[in-house]
Design a protein around this ligand. Sequence first.
Ligand code: C5P
Length: 231
Amino acid sequence: MDVRNRLIVALDLPSVASAEAMVETLGDAVSFYKIGYQLAFAGGLSFAETLIRADKRVFLDLKLHDIGNTVAKGVESVAKLGATFLTVHSYPQTMHAAVDARKGSGLRILAVTVLTSYDDADLAAAGYDFTVPELVAERAAQARDIGVDGLVCSAEEAGKLRTIASAGMVLVTPGIRPAGAEKGDQKRIMTPAAAISAGTDHLVVGRPILEAPDPKAAAVAIVAEIAGATR
Ligand code: C5P
């Protein structure tokens, strides 16, 4: 894999104009972008097509979950856009529908096991009789058995999930902070090199690049750190 493709920059920005400006600033340093709720619901889906036409890869972080038929139809539309990754919540019906619907396209489905903002008390309040690590492991095994292409996980979980995931599954990890960067609201963070060593394939990085005085230099430095850790 081209080492640049291991860095996914989260375009957590309010408008297509601000996203265009950031993509222009980052230039060739970045080849893979994530579009989440904020930008997707502000024109970001057609901007995703623009990025794809410009030979960038796109991860649509839409965390789908609905009845199987609705998930399948949504996944078919996302596949037609030419996106590379799409997230779904890791409910078996949802994962089955998404995996079936992406067949024949270049789209890969990533399952979100348990949102990292959830702790054991949040799971209990939502009606689950599992701890977070138990439910993460259970859902990761289900995703593997259903044929899901990858998992979104914290860097802390990556080592454990590498042992559960099948060899071909990709692990995609947010919560990355280069040494010395602001943590922001992220609690469980790792440096790019540590996350790669823990078994992650792709790093999702937002604010350490978007809010850097020189975003391109910040992205170049992270790609160099990834390259160093994969040698
Ligand atoms: O700015 P920062 O690098 O923290 O951005 C991380 C990106 O990854 C954001 O788009 C955020 O929504 C996403 N994310 C996360 N933690 C998760 C899942 C997704 O930070 N557990």
